[in-house]
Design a protein around this ligand. Sequence first.
Ligand code: CMC
Length: 430
Amino acid sequence: MADKKATLSLPDGKTLDFPVMSGTIGPDVVDIRTLYGKSGMFTYDPGFLSTASCNSTITYIDGDAGVLLYRGYPIEQLAQHCDFLEVCYLLLNGELPTQKQKDDFVHIVIHHSMVHEQINRFFTGFRRDAHPMATMVGVVGALSAFYHDALDINNPEHRSISAFRLIAKLPTITAMAYKYNVGQPFIYPRNDLSYSANFMRMMFAVPAEDYKPNEVLVRALDRIFILHADHEQNASTSTVRLAGSSGANPFACISAGIACLWGPAHGGANEACLEMLEEIGDVSKVGEFIKKVKNKDKGVRLMGFGHRVYKNHDPRAKLMRETCHEVLNELGLHDDRLFKLAIALEKIALEDEYFVSRKLYPNVDFYSGIVQRALGIPVSMFTCVFALARTVGWIAQWQEMISDPEYKIGRPRQLYKGAARREVKPIRER
Ligand code: CMC
């Protein structure tokens, strides 16, 4: 088959040909890397609505069909058949592990879960009432000061050690951020528990009383981790890649990713969604709230609805809805006020012309907040849990970028609309 090309006509009548590249699946892309050199023009694409910033083999999303694949495997099958550490192995290595590979992987992760003892003291520099995401941004960024023995990003072994450290220590740090916030002593990790059970114990045990993880709840948390593990080139992942493209160390890059994730249009949506449900308060107030959203009163949005990429349904939302039922049944909370409210809100929004015409459907965060709340995780910790889960995706994407022969420092261009050149007047003449 002849190589595909796209032709661009320029205002001066010249035409330029550009190669068209095809992926395994998904839309073709026009390779415009030579555009500026040939024409002196840039492309304009705020929000990257039509721009592929890299090539990747990790995650594939078809937003119209509601498909999400990690390394080719559908999210539904991974959520059903695998645990989170198997998914981590898959994202990092490209293949699902054999039993032996899994055992070795789990062993390494478990044996990196403690943090340097001095990190305990680092925490005390923060105000106790700080948002735990603020603390996480700081502590994860500071890891480069505690683990500077493996910061050579051009050394694959160093990259691998840092990757293990980040995946293993994020649950410990996340739980520490919570404990610090509520004024309880830090709980050390335990090697005989699974990744998710260990996290729950570090969150909820106190020295006076141990915490016995419940299997249904641990599985629910593990599923939250799986569903949030990667999502191709979203804002925080692109942030990690951009930060990493300058050669910054992985701890700094992941800290940048956490900072970006915190925003309410991204990872902060699950927290914002729960706050919205609390604000509505009762099923009888749903109509009034929907009216405000449709009138765009003070920019009010229905949090947990809409997605830049999923325009029919978010496959993660369906799985999270299922998990939500399982958890509420297990805890005898079928009549949970906020869950009932969420269902009512979902029903109205799915039938309302405003939402239907704009293709706004519930996203994963619409349900994950209700599940986390039922697990006993406070609202302010929701985005921290998301950050914990997404860390593996960020690392896999960062590793992929560093190993890519086409990797370059990220440097977007701009359309300058400011003042043209002018002369500085002495202050008395201004
Ligand atoms: N409630 C009400 N209206 C909405 C919403 C919403 N949640 N989302 C989009 N719209 C409207 C928006 O006002 C606009 O209307 P119009 O055409 O009249 O101007 C139209 O739908 C298109 O919106 P947009 O902002 O151009 O869409 P986008 O693709 O840039 O934004 C989004 C995607 C996720 C930022 C947005 O849907 C949103 O703010 N949702 C609420 C926050 C949320 O739940 N975020 C979590 C995303 S899932 C987790 C993750 O992957 O991080």
